[in-house]
Ligand binder design. Sequence first.
Ligand code: AMP
Ligand code: ZN
Length: 725
Amino acid sequence: MAFRIFNTLTRKVEEFVPRTSNVVTMYTCGPTVYRDAHIGNFRSYLMADWIRRVFEREGYAVQHIKNITDVGHMRQEVLERGEDKVIAAAISEGKTPMEIAKAYTETFFQDEAKLNIRPAHEFPRATEHVEEMIELTRSLLARGHAYQAGGNIYFSVSSFPRYGELSGNIGAELQVGVRVEVDPLKRDARDFTLWKEAEAGRMLKWDSPWGEGFPGWHIECSAMSMKYLGKQIDIHTGGVDNIFPHHEGEIAQSQGATGLDFVRYWVHGQHLLADGVKMAKSAANNYTLRDLEARDFEPLAFRYLCLTARFNTRLNFTFAALRAAQRGLTRLRDRVWEWSLGPREKLEPTQEMDACRSAFWGRVNDNLDMPGALAQAWRTAHLPLPPSSRLQLLLEFDEVLGLGLSDVLARYRLPSEADITLQGRAALREKRRYSNADSIRQQLHTEGYVVRDTHGGTRARPMTGQERRAEAWQEVSSSHEVPSLIDHPDAVDVSFVLLACNYQEDVQRCIQSALRWTDTSSVEVVVVDNGSTDGTSRWLEDLAQADPRVRVVHTDHILGDAAAKNIGLKQSLGRIVILLDTSAEVTGDLHTPLLQTLRDSRVGMAGPFGLVTTDLRHFDEVANSTEVDAMQAYCFAFRRADLAIVGWMPESFRFYRNLDIQFSFQFKASGFKILADRSLPVHRHEHRQWSELAEEEREKLSHDNFRRFLKRWEHRKDLLVVNQA
Ligand code: AMP
Ligand code: ZN
């Protein structure tokens, strides 16, 4: 059965037929190397890898090109505003643009290798092909598809009537989309830049017939695909965001210059979302492979995860899903391991094996249905076929799946000490000394090995990172997984609640200061370890072992601030809760005065750093002890029982800022007063969550939360201290 794939150009699933019978020419839009590629980018490259593996498996000679965009334009729009991300990154890291690009290119290659992505045959760099881009621009000028304005060359969209065929962005609609743009040199708002004049002081620039400048973004792919693959190519891949304007631009340039159809099959991968939203630095969810590795996941678990969704549907990345994928991968390897160690039967081709094959390839060939193919692989693994037949089939399937199943024996090889221990254990079992054998099993387990007694004898393999981690502590993925103890009676006077996310010294300072002044009273510290990846988790775990007053809940990634705080609140058992920020240090007896203040049932909330406002827009910190409108997140206290009245923190607040005023207003709306007392012993240190963010991001995040706050409370000026009689 022939391979069929959805072609964005024709909007149909089509049989794949290359131009030349046994050769496939393939072009994949590659990474922009001023930053790490995130796992969403790798989803696109994995899709291309599966397609390429299908071709290679079918015996085609594949020529695969993946470009490296190392001249600064990430997006044409950005370029046209004259910004250059490679240059900006270089300046901020104190390096030259070429050094930046080189370092990120290296990391990209390593990441692809970890994901078993077969390397392209060439990775042409944009900066090494400026000659070709100039040449192409020249022929577009000669053929009347481009024009010069000042030192810039633009592609003239009206000269190419087929513009818009790929994306469906045509005529009037398109005009609306680009109306914001104001480049007075353009004849038509739809026109895009092929060559741009260098601004004064620019580092990356080249000589050209039109003066010093640099190329547009789309032109690199047209020029490089032509150089390496010829004027016409079989298949071109990218993510859906590439369809417009990038690929539309490529078609216009290539077909404009050659007069020939450029690409037969355009294949676009849908996006990877993270926690249900677009990946973005400010949402702390644009994970890199290193982020996954820091949480003890294998890169190949991510490959497995991507196999579980069709390339043309969006895939929502969560750590819970990744954990399931890691388990699936480990289970599949365990089966292969078992069969590899078993006796070798003579292989005879059977009808059943052929049926498995055609079911598997049927799925792959049906518009790259990798979830279906993976399910077929699992079905095969469970069939009552001889182990060596199943092994043979799975290894065949893995030529496309790419999960590295043929490396299992090497991966599972034991270091010699463990092997000797294991053999000793087998000997004990033979002598029926089962309890000795059991304690050796326990010992191997603690040393990080999984031990199995199978028909073929005793086996052991190293635990995966996730298995080791699961041994050490439990992790939660959301606040819903954490039970609420709100109906439980008070067990202590005070619960200190805080979130920890790396910055171990701050966490340590905060917890120790809270405990220092509370020797005699009954307190507990509830720490929500919110996705730390440095040594903080370990340190907290050790502290909790050593000090019964400390309890820790670990999350498997960084949860939103409100969600993480709710976990702490749910787990508290104190009569009052004192919420501390890790930038705060307790410098004296804090809980006695707070317990005292909160004895007054009219007071709902108390703390050192109060705010007042007259318009709900500007908040000022007060310097004395007085009633206020809100309490700042560094430190505030309330009665745990009142959570039943005021409610939890709204989890739409992912960023901490303005969540404190929101929560304060929940108290005010329930009729409680908020009291500030500047004499409470709390010292504020550098606030890392704030200082580690770029200006632009903190403004945006603060603003988003502020809008949420305002929407809910704008009409409640009656609650303000100034408006009370
Ligand atoms: P860039 O480095 O931004 O040019 O992107 C490299 C490749 O990753 C392009 O093919 C994009 O279409 C693709 N891509 C970008 N974001 C995502 C995402 N969230 N999920 C899947 N692919 C993406
Ligand atoms: Zn491209």
